[in-house]
Design a protein around this ligand. Structure first.
Ligand SMILES: [Zn+2]
Length: 190
């Protein structure tokens, strides 16, 4: 599958999720079939939030998406290494960075929250908040910062030589997305 095929498949899966009618999955067959290796179709970087579950959101089965989950969907050395493994070794043709509305991590950055290792996450998100915090309505500015943060994370991922190589060779497409709770939709961020 190329990136466009994967996008179509994920969009279809998201439509099923929105409707609340997920596809039937033969988990036992898939589980047994996966013991010899994995060939996921997409790498998904998303936020550590119990309400935001990519396998549900895109209605995927085992072995279909390779997820990297961190609060605020930020990446650093270790998360980036996981992405490089997925892109460089598993050759996923699509990489999605998915933020979501009402993100607690982005809100913490907006509020300049400082606490133990949470500060490290907040610091990563701060450049996005600095671009959108202009003394306007707080919630609206946070929603904009969520999109900015996705864009910043994509730029950071692009600095990886493995990702850069895959992009240059036309073997990878990167997409920014935002998830909405009200109806379960995901929208592309431009
Ligand atoms: Zn979040």
């Amino acid at each position: 599958m190329n990136a466009e095929d994967v996008i179509s498949k994920l969009v279809e899966g998201n439509k099923r999720y929105i409707s609340g009618k997920l596809s039937e999955k033969d988990i036992i067959k898939k589980r047994e079939g996966s013991k010899t290796g994995q060939k996921p179709m997409a790498t998904v970087v998303c936020c550590s939030d119990s309400r935001v579950v990519p396998e549900f959101i895109f209605d995927t089965n085992l072995e279909e998406i390779f997820t990297i989950i961190t609060a605020g969907n930020v990446v650093g050395g270790i998360a980036l290494g996981s992405i490089e493994y997925a892109v460089g070794h598993l050759h996923t043709p699509l990489l999605i960075v998915m933020g979501h509305e009402k993100c607690g991590a982005v809100t913490a950055a907006y509020d300049d929250h400082k606490e133990a290792s949470i500060t490290k996450i907040v610091d990563k998100i701060k450049p996005a908040v600095e671009r959108t915090k202009k003394g306007g309505e707080k919630n609206a500015e946070i929603e904009e910062a969520i999109k900015e943060n996705v864009k910043n994370v994509i730029e950071e991922i692009k600095k990886s030589p493995i990702v850069e190589k895959a992009l240059k060779e036309g073997k990878l497409k990167i997409l920014g997305m935002k998830y909405y709770f009200e109806d379960g939709r995901v929208e592309t961020i431009n």
